[in-house]
Design a protein around this ligand. Structure first.
Ligand SMILES: NC(=O)c1ccc[n+]([C@@H]2O[C@H](COP(=O)([O-])OP(=O)(O)OC[C@H]3O[C@@H](n4cnc5c(N)ncnc54)[C@H](O)[C@@H]3O)[C@@H](O)[C@H]2O)c1
Length: 253
């Protein structure tokens, strides 16, 4: 363990569990103060306790990333208490259920909801937090998915759109020395992912990897630590796949 994030402030959306909790604990181990945001208040309280047990501080904020007023209120709360924000991790996302199946017949309201949470919310939150990110010369990490490279579902389409937005954000926020990168996980063992894919499909997807082990939440958290750290400070405008080689499926000999 090092203290690369001592004195730094990190905001994680979707911090109530899964990958968001893994980021929170990884940054807490390295000394960061955590601002945890999610729609799931019980999960937030659990993550806060876990962060504090590691000796770091945390605040919790209920936010529905599909609701602009919630995002603006979160932005105001954070700016009122933190002059600087070093890292914004836009991790909250919808990825199970209808969004991950065929996309016909969803209707406009569902499409708009999926885009609101997975694509537009990350931009609106970054905009709301821009003054504090600029002061810290901070970094925005958007949470994509390997599904963005084969976007045959509404989920994949919202994440592919987020990749494009990540490049645009790197350009637009770059004028304030704020970096913007994306992380595109493969199949990582979180409760939500395990619950959202049937066991047969899970094994089929895992067999496509060239790295023959289960991806873990810590694999993603460790990449987040690197990208947010001084060691990663020359990386910008990139979406980094972390999928055990799943993407090379068709090219293997
Ligand atoms: N686990 C994987 O294999 C995997 C792979 C690729 C990408 N991802 C992405 O990583 C992120 C986290 O995934 P996870 O596996 O930890 O799933 P998860 O369901 O545990 O985490 C998602 C979090 O987002 C929160 N959330 C959902 N809708 C929200 C809303 N409207 N407002 C605020 N918070 C909301 C949930 O409450 C939850 O805590 C998601 O964006 C997902 O698409 C996960």
């Amino acid at each position: 363990m090092t203290d690369r994030f001592q004195g730094k402030t990190v905001l994680v959306t979707g911090g109530a569990g899964g990958l968001g909790r893994a980021y929170a604990l990884a940054f807490a181990r390295e000394g960061a103060f955590l601002i945890l945001a999610d729609i799931n208040e019980a999960g937030l309280a659990e993550t806060k306790d876990m962060v504090e047990a590691l000796g770091s501080g945390a605040s919790v904020h209920r936010v529905d990333m599909a609701v602009e007023a919630d995002i603006e209120a979160l932005g105001r709360d954070v700016l009122a208490t933190h002059a600087r924000l070093d890292v914004l991790i836009n991790n909250a996302g919808l990825h199970a259920g209808e969004i991950a199946r065929g996309f016909f017949g969803l209707g406009q309201a569902k499409w708009q909801h999926f885009f609101a949470v997975n694509t537009i919310g990350p931009l609106l939150l970054a905009e709301a937090l821009r003054p504090a990110l600029a002061k810290a010369k901070g970094v925005i990490i958007n949470k994509s998915s390997m599904a963005s490279y084969n976007p045959a579902t509404a989920y994949g389409i919202t994440k592919a759109s987020l990749n494009v937005l990540t490049h645009a954000m790197a350009q637009q926020f770059g004028t304030d020395d704020i970096r913007c990168v994306g992380i595109a996980p493969g199949l990582m063992a979180t409760d939500a992912a395990l619950g959202g894919v049937d066991p047969e499909n899970w094994e089929r997807l895992k067999a496509m990897q060239s790295v023959k082990r289960q991806g873990t939440a810590d694999d993603i958290a460790n990449l987040g630590l690197f990208l947010a750290s001084d060691e990663g400070s020359f990386v910008n405008n990139q979406v980094i796949l972390c999928d055990g080689g799943n993407q090379m499926r068709g090219f293997r000999i």
